[in-house]
Design a protein around this ligand. Structure first.
Ligand code: KG4
Ligand code: ZN
Length: 342
């Protein structure tokens, strides 16, 4: 690579129910970000059906990649490297993206970079916050993950808290189903909560023994289910908006308290959120307010970069590329890949 030459990453993401491809320039400039969401298909079944997800990825992946290159107005020849999510996620879904990336990398003779999905979520923050540099604390809240992470440097992570049971997004999805909102639940609870009273029902804020920074959401989910059952048995009409708002408030309280305690305890001045749940409006408002009070700089991606996308994989892939990380053609899907593991 010549000095001062732009680094263009073609990024591919297919770990769950979004088939996505993007072209990212120098880690922070998105030239294209194409997302084909399968949500409508999975809604029929009340959640993601892995077999259907894999098949749909196969149908869509080439089209999405071509669109990403077209929109960015670059040819495969002009791409510097190909980055792809190789874990964690659904194995069949991941394999589609990994296979496509390997084929392109081999055919175009471009380096291949396997990217960790969570590292992608965290890196989504670099795209719109050009001044954000590590170190900072990041709360990653998605459908499969709830991690409190210290980002020591690009690609250097220390997990200081995680969920002992359900992920935050999973709790949103389960409660949404219980009150009849359907899948995907997070955004629906977010919208309905705006019409409800978040003080109406006092749902528990779980503390986890032994760690100040760990989370647990299964007790909260059970408390909501018990409340719904009790109302039904007593013939009391349920105010869904109040249930949604009170549940959401309980999640937001726990996420903000634990995260801000960690920022303080570890002495950081910057805090970021990432993952699908990071697009929640009440969570963003709470962090906005609390960080401002404590003079902590608060970073968050736009909602479209919070939920699964390939631009975030391009941002993470760029920093991996610059650190000399390369994957071989033996790169495989790793469904339970841990953060910081290769
Ligand atoms: O990051 P993501 O797209 O996929 C995973 O890597 O899991 O996150 C999806 C999760 C789902 O559980 C969805 O319900 C939740 O993010 N979510 C939300 C909102 N938008 C998406 N949760 C709360 N409020 C939202 N606005
Ligand atoms: Zn995700």
């Amino acid at each position: 690579m010549e000095l001062n030459e732009d680094v263009l990453i073609l990024a591919i993401e297919s770990s769950c129910d979004e088939t996505a491809a993007a072209v990212v320039k120098n880690g922070r400039e998105v030239l294209s970000n194409i997302i084909y969401s399968q949500i409508d298909l999975h809604t029929l079944y009340g959640g993601v059906v892995p077999e259907i997800a894999s098949r749909k990825h196969i149908e869509k992946i080439n089209q999405v990649i071509e669109e990403a290159l077209d929109k960015a107005k670059v040819t495969l020849n002009e791409i510097t490297a190909v980055a792809v999510t190789y874990g964690p996620g659904l194995v069949g879904a991941l394999l589609v993206g990994v296979s496509a990336a390997k084929a392109i990398s081999f055919a175009a003779q471009k380096p291949l970079i396997g990217v960790h999905h969570i590292e992608g979520h965290i890196s989504a923050n670099y795209i719109e916050n050009k001044d954000l540099e590590p170190p900072f604390v990041c709360l990653v809240v998605s459908g499969g993950h709830t991690h409190l992470v210290i980002v020591r440097d690009y690609g250097e992570y220390e997990i200081i808290g995680y969920t002992r049971d359900d992920a935050a997004g999973e709790a949103f999805d389960k409660v949404a189903r219980a009150i009849g909102l359907g899948y995907p639940g997070g955004i629906k609870i977010d919208r309905l909560s705006k019409e409800g009273n978040d003080q109406a029902i006092n749902f528990p804020r779980a503390k986890v023994g032994g760690s100040e920074y760990d989370f647990s959401f299964s007790g909260l989910k059970s408390a909501v289910l018990n409340y719904l059952n009790a109302c039904e048995m007593k013939g009391i009409e349920i105010n869904k908006a109040d249930v949604a708002a009170s549940f959401q408030k309980a999640v937001v309280d726990v996420l903000t308290q634990h995260s801000l305690a960690a920022v303080k305890e570890y002495g950081f001045t910057k805090f970021a959120i990432a993952g699908g749940v990071a697009s929640n409006s009440a969570l963003r408002a709470a962090f906005e307010r609390e960080c401002h009070k404590r003079r902590i700089e608060f970073y968050h991606p736009s909602p479209i970069l919070c939920t699964d996308n390939a631009a975030m994989i391009g941002a993470a892939g760029y920093y991996d590329y610059m650190r000399g990380m390369r994957s071989g053609y033996d790169l495989n899907a790793v469904p339970n890949l841990k953060l910081g593991e290769r």
